[in-house]
Design a protein around this ligand. Structure first.
Ligand code: HEC
Length: 123
């Protein structure tokens, strides 16, 4: 009987050891979570232009602007000119929420704000 308890105890300790050694690696389980929003290295060419290209050019590129009320967002000069409206429209709080079919992720919205606050550099 004593032997039986000792072996149960051994197994329990063994299992405890295994259970305690298991831990979830958040970065492995949720790879997208580890892609923290980059707010320190916001540049036009690598951050802003890709956001606009992926979400806005279908209606606001030079070729497609007829779909976007004639608003061009392909050149940095046009983006700068329209920036006050863009800031409002991408937050979707005004009367013309953009893009019409959804909302940019919060990281992109934050990055656009940062770029405007930085003086809209052409970098
Ligand atoms: C499916 C087409 C479509 C897409 C995609 C789209 N827009 Fe628009 N956008 C429009 C149309 C149409 C108008 C004109 C709306 C109007 O004047 O009533 C417009 C107007 C605007 C305006 C002017 C708003 C104002 O206050 O006058 C801005 C700024 C704008 N879009 C920014 C964007 C940005 C930034 C994106 C991407 C994040 C985007 N749009 C994506 C169709 C689109």
């Amino acid at each position: 009987m004593k032997r039986f308890f000792i072996s149960i105890l051994t197994i329990a300790i063994f299992l405890l050891f295994f259970v305690s050694c298991y831990y979830d690696n958040e970065e492995a389980l949720y790879p997208t979570l580890s892609n923290a929003c980059d707010t320190t290295n916001v540049i036009y060419s690598g951050t802003i232009a890709p956001i606009l290209s992926n979400n806005c050019y279908s209606c606001h590129s030079n070729a497609n602007a007829t779909f976007g009320g004639g608003i061009h967002l392909q050149s940095i000069a046009d983006v700068i000119t329209n920036s006050p409206k863009i800031v409002v429209s991408i937050k979707q709080t005004g009367s013309k929420p953009m893009p019409p079919g959804g909302k940019l992720n919060s990281c992109s919205i934050t990055q656009f704000d940062i770029w405007v606050r930085n003086g809209m550099p052409n970098n």
